[in-house]
Design a binder for this molecule. Sequence first.
Ligand code: NAD
Length: 354
Amino acid sequence: MSDEKRILVTGGAGFIGSAVTREIIRSTPHRVLVVDKLTYAGCLESLEPVANDARYGFKRADIVDGDVMRALFDEFSPDVVMHLAAESHVDRSIDGPGEFIRTNVVGTFSLLQAALGYWRGLPQARRDSFRFHHISTDEVFGSLGPEGFFSETTAYQPTSPYSASKAASDHLVMAWRHTYGLPTVLSNCSNNYGPYHFPEKLIPLMILNALEGRKLPVYGAGANVRDWLYVEDHARALLSVATRGRVGESYCIGGHNEKSNLEVVRGVCALVDELAPDPALAPRENLIEFVSDRPGHDLRYAIDPGKIGDDLGWRPRETFESGLRRTVEWYLSNRGWWERIRSRVYGGERLGVI
Ligand code: NAD
């Protein structure tokens, strides 16, 4: 096969999927077809930087619809599938788990079935090189105590409706490999942050609230620890897993950037004070307000990324400090992207309270 692959990206109008799509067009010769339902979280503006490229295409479709998925496979004839479409916000999964089961579990099943039918009809050489890459989360492993790291051998122990639905989809992907021989790879990544991040998630929500002088709600005592990874580092990692990962393997992706939520919010406040000074609001740390904790809030996630480093040579380029600065700068210079979302789609209200 030539070096030019045809990559079908589900969820490509979302935060990570759009970063993957921009990375494919920017740094590879590959073609990409984004398949996305455009839920509240999907945003075509995140794909504007590549929208006019001849190697980019977009199709609005629901991954649950197996017939439509199968037709798209036959039409586009992908060499690689990167499956990112999902409901992704833990707080929303507490309020309404049904959509998480529908998209993350049933949708992954439909996509696997479509991929299997298509793959079986390929000539042998293309069957051998085909890859179905499922993009998952470290949340499937449950919570760590103060010590230790998640790795590829950690047992699954999901605790939220979101992480349980992602664990279920991981298991389906592994079963389709084991039972039917579909060439799958899996990756489990820690918390991402960066440009085009939907402002329901901690870091963009805090940036926008701090800019507007609104309260900065921190769950519990702010002691929960996450291992933060800049989204463009993740996108590069995903491309190496999708194109060079070993069939049947999984890869844990993280950047050794453990921070408590309180540290993250304080870091955001300091950067917003510096980059968007406002004497009436400084210091923005005074806007922090401790609120009741998320039900079932996992204490700590941290990744041992040794395998992807050793086997695929991937390393993150950004530290948390450099990545957070780039992120705050991006939100300051891309108001048009988030003002529409903030005024019409999600205004920042608390979600996920039982
Ligand atoms: P996101 O919520 O920003 O984007 C999800 C995208 O999927 C949206 O564009 C949405 O329109 C689309 N989508 C939802 N349901 C669909 C359906 N039924 N059919 C087709 N498209 C549908 O999510 P994200 O943060 O970009 O996460 C992408 C993937 O990476 C998810 O699978 C998530 O579980 C995983 N992940 C996320 C993180 C993180 O920190 N954000 C970390 C590790 C893994």
